[in-house]
Write a protein that binds this ligand. Sequence first.
Ligand SMILES: [Zn+2]
Length: 184
Amino acid sequence: MDTATHAIVGLIVGECAPKDVKHRRKIGLGFGMLPDLTNIIFVHPYLGWVAERTIPFAVPRDFLTHPEVLDHWTYHSWLLTHSLLFWALVFLPWWRRSKGHKVAALAYAAHLVADLPSHSGIYGLEPLYPIRFVFSGWFDAWLWPPAPIIASIVVALFSYVAVRRMRERILWPSERESTSPEPV
Ligand SMILES: [Zn+2]
């Protein structure tokens, strides 16, 4: 799945959080994109260099022509940040700290859950990484040409608008208390 769609999914997680969580949308958006940071700073530049691209940044089909990337540490860094085991180790110890920590953990988890079905075959996620178990999803969103990617971003944006509207009516108990008039 493309990083923009992931960011919007994270934004939706932030929107759903109680309004007293400071910067809830920014936290959701940032942590929703975070797992792909390894992709942007390690995997794509390395593979772009291997594939001898003028600008060393791989395009999706480079993965198919250079499957040896599967064994490279850059790809393993991506597998690590997409591991549910890694998520549990990094985020669960902080779970009770604050609502902001919970938003961060849930936005990050939403990214991993969205990537599970959208990477198939040998390029499937390894949800228990470093324990080797490849989960083969159902389709390959990462190989999509621009049109379906734009469609995915548009659908995510409409979903965000819908959730934002719903949030005007569906409130957390803490929000109801703060808006209801004082009892006489
Ligand atoms: Zn990802």
